[in-house]
Design a protein around this ligand. Sequence first.
Ligand code: PGA
Length: 370
Amino acid sequence: MTRVFALARASGPIDPRRRVTGDHPSHGEPTMYDPMMNLARHASLRQLQVFEAIARLKSFTKAADALYLTQPTVSTQIKRLTDVIGLPLFEQIGRQVYLTETGRALESAVKDVFGVLDRFEMKVADLKGLKQGYLRLCVITTAKYFAPEVLGRFCQRHAGVDVALKVTNRDTLLERLIANKDDLYILGQNPDRELEMVTRVFAPNPLHIIAHRDHPLANARDIPLEQLAEEYFIMREPGSGIRDFVLKTFEHAGFKPRVRMELGSNEAIKHSIYGQLGISVLSLHTLGQERPQSPLCILDVQGFPLERDWYVAHAKGKELSVVASAFIAFLDEESPQLRKRLEKTRNRLTRWRSNSASSKLDTTQQGSRG
Ligand code: PGA
């Protein structure tokens, strides 16, 4: 039992306006009873952090994993916090954890507390300049082909900066942006939802139709899209930005792709093309590691590549830290290098260019794979 509860028990119901004495025996000054003081004295930030993780992940186990704690530690922290507050914070129905009314009120308070602390940390980092700081970057799946390297070079320049990189698909990235979870986001197109965000283009993100190099159309020029109607396509999973864009473009062109498989990773798609399971639309960035003798090649299809860009974004009104602003400027510096790499990849994987002598093929005579 905490001291304030003991006081309350001894002297009847608590009147928040009521003064109690003896809080500061050394001063002998009467003090106003303040329920928040109870939390401030007896709860810890760590407990609030554990509470926040459980409330967000709706699971003690997941919260323990996310915070690198054991489950008994998480339970103990929550038990202590519950004792301080004096009302249950969670209820468990079956395997599901729900917030009680008190829990929901605490969740909102904790969000405010961590928001304030976050801004304070940012101020401190800014005062220290780029000597020290933290950058939370969340990038869309396909950006993993360049973002870690760019981050690496950024960290080499600013040795005191720590970074957290989250790679996820478009839907999850937009959810995180709305919840203001990260400092900056990298995505492959401006969101069509009415999102309040500031975006800036820093590099191209062209999408090509990729096939096996033994595909009958590998050497063909200027292939009409309709000629791919019999081809098997391998698509990214629902929620992927590329999938969204490609399906909309095809629909707009009145073209219906024959989808054989949906896969949640660009690498898995590349391997399916190695296995000649079909063709796909991929960002050129995913092919940067392919050697000239790679089994993959770019098809020269009319209307392709679909020219898109990479955007760096953040929520409108977000106060950017010095580190985040420096990273945006750094992306601009990296842009020529990214462009150069794309050009090299394109040249390596375009068979009709490298075999131009033998590429005078009439696309109308090309057989296509069913
Ligand atoms: P994705 O998005 O990796 O989720 O498909 C990339 C993009 O939109 O270019």
